[in-house]
Design a protein around this ligand. Sequence first.
Ligand code: N01
Length: 557
Amino acid sequence: MNEKPLNSLPTDRLQNGASVAVLDVVVVGAGFGGLYALYRLRGRGLSVRVLEAASDVGGTWYWNRYPGARCDVPSVEYSYSFSKELEQEWDWTEVMAGQPEILRYANHVAGRFDLRRDIQLDTRVSSAHYDEDERRWRVETEAGEVFEARFCIMATGCLSSPNTPFIEGADDFAGPIYHTGRWPHEGVDWKGVRVGIIGTGSSGVQSIPVIAEQAEHLTVFQRTPNYTLPAGNRPLTDSDRAKAKAVYDQLRQSERESITGFVLGFGGNPVPTPTDAILATTPEERLAAVEADGFEALNRYLDVPIDAEANELACEMYREQVKRLVHDPKTADGLMPRDYPFGCKRPVIDTDYFATFNRDNVDLVDLRKGGIDRITATGIQTAQGHFEFDALVYATGFDAMTGTLLRMDIRGREDIPLKATWEAGPRTYLGLQVHGFPNLFTITGPGSPSVLSNMIVSIEQHVDWISDCIAYMDQRGLSTIEPTVEAEEKWIVHVNEAAEGSMLTAASCNSWYLGANIPGKPRIFMPYVGGVGEYRRGCDEIAARGYEGFALEAART
Ligand code: N01
């Protein structure tokens, strides 16, 4: 709940009889990005208000409450580093924390640092327009409230607009339809329920084993099998926690300098450094590796991410292990990914995913053998027949990275909409700013490591950079900052070059990184693949050179 009423904002003024809150900074979103932005900017003495559509803080962890939701980064790394006290007082219970625990952590942070008094919940932002005369952002909510601020920070998350594909007849279905990204807070009682689930990305792969345990019957509609690896999750012991707390400083430093923003992998063990070339192995050696280490055998090879032939050998090893785990050969075959490289999509982690298909109450419908025709009142009609259900689950993902920004009416100089500027795909400088949109910042925006990294490490880096930038401007009496066209163009070229030739951009890869999951979305590789450490150094150097590539305007006198 809000602890402070809106009318206690620092400066209000009347406009056409309505009250307008005037602030230094409006932050949109109270997930991990928005919470830290508020903490940091308020600490600089700025007036800040966070506007959040949800009824509480937590962002992605507020919405994604589906059964089995869990982080794919070890909990001691998927946590804030800005407060040593917070690090020491919070006790994670599992190597990879589940959604309820991460949400508790977000709430703890909001309370611990007295953030709630500047967060306005149940407030969906509908538009943000730049007023060139006033050099201010005018942010409006769906309820018609107006905020004006020198700076507007979009902390709206990368995976926050659910993708609900149009399937003919969905409105006719007699039972409930759930989306993993908008799960009911009261949970769902699956006892005695026949469930159909569409989608086998991270959300599907995580929820399928848990729903299967409770439902009478679960049918999985799979369009593309995924490469999913066991999370190796386990409870943390007191000794694990003590060890982690003793080395937090070194751990954070290593994360900041790393490529991905995390240094511990599945099971909380250090990410192994690959040493062998798969192309130099014999079929017998590869088979022996699978026999000894299962999916983990794939971690050994350094040529798999960079060489298509090597990658295909790894895919064969992957399929071999699926065959070993799934008893029914037809189901095993259906679950085997083919025709696209290992590592082209975000790695999925699971707990007992393949074993779930050995249960009597679980069936796979491999949509490659005949797709969904329509949803009926009683189930799903496919080219392979009709399947009857009491409830349906869409685990169909998100309009990633740009979806949430483009659903708002964001307009920059000359009233130009962001939608028009990004018509052919997102354009940013450093994933932080867009030319033509002065003083608008995007936390973990497209063109930054964002979704390729430990999000909290990247969030903290962006917020710190933005906070330092605002301080720099205030110290020098500067009123606006925005990228030059040239700097933005150069950065886009660099982002594209960095991803070229990797599995991430293979022609056969249809990932949400490329926008390929949304019909009509331009196929552009959105995140920056150059690595968290190198990116951070680049951003710091740009700031040290007086914000090279940005145009800064002096305040009007
Ligand atoms: O979404 P997805 P997600 N008919 O887009 C299928 C993060 N995350 O929510 O591959 C039939 O990956 C679609 O099929 P296809 C994480 O970054 C993290 O699972 O397009 N099927 C696919 O199988 C992750 O990468 C965690 O052929 C349809 C699925 O739906 C990201 O969120 C947990 C369809 C969508 O998979 C997104 O994951 C959960 C249709 N019309 C999420 N439309 C962690 O572990 C779509 N599909 C931290």
